[in-house]
Write a protein that binds this ligand. Sequence first.
Ligand SMILES: Nc1ncnc2c1ncn2[C@@H]1O[C@H](COP(=O)(O)OP(=O)(O)O)[C@@H](O)[C@H]1O
Ligand SMILES: [Mg+2]
Length: 144
Amino acid sequence: MGVEIRVEGLRKSFGRQVIWEDVTFTIPAGEISALLGPSGTGKSVFLKNLVGLLRPDRGHVFVGGGDVPRLRENDLYELRRKFGVLFQDGALFGSMNIYDNIAFPLREHTRKGEAEIRRIVLEKMEMVGLSGPRGNCPARSPAG
Ligand SMILES: Nc1ncnc2c1ncn2[C@@H]1O[C@H](COP(=O)(O)OP(=O)(O)O)[C@@H](O)[C@H]1O
Ligand SMILES: [Mg+2]
């Protein structure tokens, strides 16, 4: 269903360059919203404030209750599990194959065993036409 995002009085600047000034609005839960604008106008800076990668000079960013700029580090990590970020350019771990890239968040953030992780990873690869004998996955699931 998703969570509501409410931004109140957000200001963000870099030195003397003010990117966002007094931004207040609500992004409703359970809907698809888009932020449009020419290059360099502040879309990425805005999103980074939403996920806590940048801190606003002023204002609040409530994501499902918590005020992101004021969350303790542990709570911020917890909150970030709700986000998915797809980068403009590729953002895979170059040192890992595609299987391990997909398995990474499951290994980091869940207690799932390797057998279940393997099932999920192969399912995701199948969904996007990346399954097949390409030497990208472990031949059989390690114990776990
Ligand atoms: N870390 C930073 N330090 C200084 N200026 C930045 C930083 N990040 C972005 N900017 C500036 O903020 C403005 C908005 O950038 P950005 O949010 O990346 O635009 P876009 O809408 O294309 O995503 C640009 O002028 C950019 O140069
Ligand atoms: Mg951008």
